[in-house]
Design a protein around this ligand. Structure first.
Ligand code: SAM
Ligand code: SF4
Length: 463
């Protein structure tokens, strides 16, 4: 079934919606923003109208509405994670990526399990609790078992400084049976980016290997969900095609998953193309996305799917990352390396693409905290089985704040006590105090209780 044309990505409908949104009046934009403020999501035509915004006044209104929705649902918390590249072996030819098979300019490695454990140890010592495992599409002779073993290795590393509590995975699409094996390895979210939903552009930039098959990739989350993985992440590589088209087509993908499985994606990633070793395409994206359009993309997604996490990586600069926290981003990576083995020993040339933010985890945390955002290392939902539909049921009425806010504070306190520099401790403790004072009711009681338990020496407390 999953070889057939994926008719849920209907390009004609996308173009029609975009055509109909031309010459949109400010009144129509305001109506859509009023609907968005109710936090029930938007349909394809609404989203098309938002993509047509260009005047500074309307953009300001869009940003303001996105900010209010973000703060109502997520409060000030920002979840932190680190990517862990276990291998840059790849059999595909994605013209924008340094890992593509014919690129001779990078050193190739698939880390041994012992090496992975050492990388994880470095991340644990920095204070990380969540890892996103990343690999090219070609594994050593063990095949998929290499990825499964790697997940186990990551969970098994225990040190006096703690352990990794959630492993998300971004690897090439699998069969349903293989996804079942991945699920059994106890992963958190499985994420995969379609790169571009525009079939013709997809064909032009994927010129070798299995990834040439658009349909195999676009059906992959159906297979993952059928295999029981109910937290899935989607994304587009912005720069390959018109961002307006991509947002609408991604909405079609989201609607399809909601219809078929009763729950949409857990996260959306918004990678923007960055230069990559030996790639002309990556240095000259065919549809470059300006900084202002990039902010617009984040704000529109926040309004279109208010309860879906938005992930921003260190591809972007510190400034862009800061701007987009206010518009909808809820998860960020920090202190990242994109070359296998890069945490122990860095070699940027062999990375997947260039990074825009090179700061350490401690620096990012201090910065985030001084802006009033609470860095969160919480992994409670996944560990208490609040995933997929259960997560959405809890998230939709806003109850998640009763869990997320206290858990963010206790996990942040744990970070401050065990890993932070003295400057970060000062900024962080002030923020924790201020945040508790601003809370009330059950959330405040829970936060006070959890933070006290951490102060008393307990780690890993959550509700
Ligand atoms: N190899 C698997 C695949 O392609 O699905 C999974 C990992 S791949 C390393 C992760 C993501 O990196 C890709 O889906 C793509 O969106 C992103 N990426 C590749 N080249 C990039 C570039 N030059 N700039 C930014 N992101 C890039
Ligand atoms: Fe390989 Fe993924 Fe890079 Fe494509 S994006 S070359 S599949 S690692």
């Amino acid at each position: 079934m999953y070889q057939v044309e994926a008719d849920f990505i209907n390009e004609k409908k996308v173009w029609e919606a975009l055509e109909n949104s031309k010459n949109t009046e400010p009144k129509q934009v305001k109506e859509v923003l009023a609907k968005a403020a109710e936090m029930k999501g938007l349909d394809l035509n609404d989203v098309a109208i938002l993509t047509s915004i260009s005047s500074p006044e309307m953009l300001a209104e869009l940003f303001d509405t996105a900010n209010r929705v973000k703060e109502t649902i997520y409060g000030k918390r920002l979840v932190l994670f680190a990517p862990l590249y276990i291998s840059n072996l790849c059999a595909n030819e994605c013209l924008y990526c340094a890992f593509r098979a014919t690129n001779k300019a990078i050193d190739r490695h698939a880390l041994s399990q012992a090496h992975i454990a050492r990388e994880v140890d470095v991340l644990i010592r920095q204070g990380h609790k969540r890892i996103l495992l990343v690999a090219g599409e070609s594994y050593p002779k063990e095949g998929l078992q290499y990825v499964l073993d790697s997940v186990k290795t990551i969970y098994d590393v225990k040190s006096e400084h703690g352990e990794i509590r959630r492993v998300n995975v971004n690897v090439a699409p699998l069969t349903t049976d293989e996804f079942k094996r991945l699920k059994a390895a106890n992963i958190g979210t499985y994420q995969i980016f379609q790169e571009t939903y525009h079939r013709e552009s997809y064909k032009k930039v994927h010129v070798g290997g299995k990834k040439r098959d658009y349909n195999w990739r676009v059906w992959s989350l159906h297979r993952a969900m059928e295999a029981g993985i109910d937290d899935v992440g989607i994304g587009v590589l912005f720069g390959l095609f018109d961002y307006r088209f991509e947002i609408l087509a991604m909405m079609q993908h989201i609607n399809e998953l909601e219809e078929k499985f009763g729950v949409g994606p857990h996260t959306i990633s918004v990678p923007r193309m960055e230069p990559a070793t030996n790639s002309d395409l990556a240095s000259h994206p065919p549809f470059p996305v300006s900084d202002i359009d990039f902010r617009k993309i984040v704000a529109i997604l926040r309004l279109a799917v208010p309860y879906t996490g938005i992930i921003m990586s260190t591809r972007e600069t510190a400034k862009m990352r800061q701007d987009t926290f206010a518009l909808g981003v809820s998860q960020i990576s920090a202190g990242s390396k994109t070359n296998p083995g890069g945490y122990e020993e860095d070699d940027e040339i062999s990375g997947q693409f260039s990074l825009g933010d090179h700061r350490s985890l401690d620096e990012v945390i201090r910065d985030v905290a001084s802006m009033g955002y609470i860095p969160s290392f919480c992994t409670a939902c996944y560990r208490l089985g609040r995933t997929g539909q259960d997560f959405m049921d809890l998230a939709k009425p806003g109850d998640i704040k009763l869990h997320c806010a206290p858990n963010a504070l206790s996990s942040f306190k744990e970070y401050l006590q065990n890993f932070a520099s003295s400057e970060t401790v000062t900024v962080g403790n002030e923020l924790i105090q201020k945040s508790i004072t601003e809370m009330d009711g059950i959330a405040r009681q829970r936060a006070e209780k959890l933070v006290k338990r951490v102060e008393a020496g307990r780690d890993d407390v959550y509700c």
